[in-house]
Ligand binder design. Structure first.
Ligand code: ADP
Ligand code: MG
Length: 297
C-alpha cells in the first residue's frame, strides 16, 4: 500500500497569490478525484506533489519520507500528465515514448520497446503510433499523455484536468482507460466536472479558494444530503426573491424555465419537491459563491 500524506501545505506565489491554504489530506492507492473551480488551486497542489514546485510551508510524505527533502523518492515513481503539455516536438508517438522512456531511466531497449508496445495497445494508439503527436486529435493526445505517464510502472499517477476540451465520446474513452490503470497505485485526477468523479473515484476532495473544504468517499458525502435537497421551477424574475429566502445551491434552465435546487433540513413548502441528492448538489452546497452556480444542461 502506498500512502501520500499531505500535511498543512500552503503555497504563496511570489506575486502574493495564496494558491493553497493549509491543505491536509491522506491519499492511498486507488482513484482520488480533486474537484474545484478554475483557480481553486488544483494544479498548484498537483505540481507540489509532483515536486515541480516547493510549498511555502507544510510537508508531504510518500510512504513516510519527505518528498521535498528528497524529490527523487517521488520522481522515480511518478507519472504526470500536466494540464498544459506544451508543444510537442515533430516526432511520432513511438519515437517520443522511447525518448521519454530513456529520460525515465528505462535503458534496456528491448524491455522499453515491449512496454511501449503494450501501452500503445492499451491506449488504442497502436495504429497511429507512427503519426506525429502534434497532428493527433484532443482525445488521442490525452491518451498519448497517459501512455507517457504510465511508462516505467509508476506508483503515483497525476492527471491534471485530462478531460477538459474532449468531446463526450473521447472523454468516456479516456475515463475508461484511467479506471483500468488499477487499484494498486495512487491515481490523482483533477477536474471541474463533477460527473468525472462519481463513478470513477473511491475518494475525493473539494478545493475552494486554496482550501480543502471536504474530503471522503463520493457516495458517503452525497448521503449526508439525503432528504435535504428540494427542487422548484420558478420564473426567472423571482430568482432573487428565492435567493433571499432560501439557500439556493444551483439553478438550471430547462426548456426556458428556471429550476432551482435548495438546501433545507425540512421541506421549504410552497410546491418544493424533494429530490435525490447528487454529487453535483453536494459540490455546489460546499463551495463558496454557490448561489452563483449555474448548471449546464
Ligand atoms: N505560477 C503562478 N504564479 C502566480 N500565481 C499563480 C501561479 N500559478 C497559479 N497561480 C494562481 O494561483 C491560484 C490557483 O491556481 P491553480 O493552482 O492553477 O488552480 P486550478 O488548477 O484549480 O485552476 C490562481 O489564483 C492562479 O491564478
Ligand atoms: Mg489547473
Amino acid at each position: 500500500m502506498n500512502t501520500l500524506d499531505i500535511q498543512h501545505i500552503s503555497k504563496i506565489y511570489p506575486n502574493g497569490t495564496k494558491a493553497l491554504n493549509d491543505v491536509s489530506l491522506t491519499i492511498n492507492n486507488g482513484m482520488f478525484g480533486l474537484l474545484g473551480a478554475n483557480g481553486a488551486g488544483k494544479s498548484s497542489l498537483m505540481r507540489t506533489i509532483a515536486t515541480l514546485q516547493s510549498p511555502s510551508s507544510g510537508t508531504i510524505l510518500f510512504n513516510g519520507e519527505d518528498i521535498h527533502k528528497n524529490p527523487d523518492i517521488v520522481r522515480k515513481v511518478l507519472g504526470y500528465l500536466p494540464q498544459e503539455f506544451g508543444v510537442y516536438p515533430k516526432s511520432s508517438a513511438v519515437e517520443l515514448l522511447h525518448h521519454i522512456g530513456v529520460m525515465k531511466g528505462l535503458l534496456n531497449k528491448e524491455k522499453r520497446s515491449q512496454q511501449i508496445e503494450n501501452l500503445l495497445h492499451q491506449t488504442n494508439l497502436w495504429e497511429h503510433r507512427k503519426k506525429y503527436v502534434h497532428t493527433y486529435s484532443g482525445g488521442m493526445r490525452q491518451r498519448f499523455g497517459i501512455a507517457q505517464a504510465l511508462l516505467g510502472d509508476p506508483q503515483i499517477i497525476i492527471v491534471d484536468e485530462p478531460t477538459a476540451g474532449l468531446d463526450p465520446e473521447e472523454r468516456h474513452r479516456f475515463l475508461n482507460l484511467l479506471s483500468k490503470i488499477g487499484e494498486n497505485i495512487i491515481v490523482i485526477l483533477s477536474t471541474h466536472i463533477v460527473a468525472d468523479i462519481y463513478n470513477l473515484c473511491s475518494n475525493m476532495g473539494v478545493l475552494d479558494c486554496g482550501q480543502l473544504v471536504v474530503h471522503g468517499s463520493p457516495a458517503k458525502l452525497v448521503e449526508t444530503l439525503e432528504g435535504k435537497i428540494w427542487r422548484k421551477t420558478i420564473s426567472a424574475g423571482d430568482l432573487s426573491h428565492y435567493r433571499k429566502e432560501h439557500k439556493v445551491i444551483s439553478t438550471r434552465l430547462i426548456a426556458g424555465k428556471t429550476q432551482i435546487h435548495v438546501k433545507a433540513e425540512s421541506s421549504p413548502g410552497n410546491d418544493f419537491e424533494a429530490v435525490t441528492p447528487t454529487l453535483e448538489d453536494y459540490y455546489f452546497s460546499m463551495v463558496s459563491n454557490s448561489e452563483l452556480q449555474t448548471v449546464g444542461v
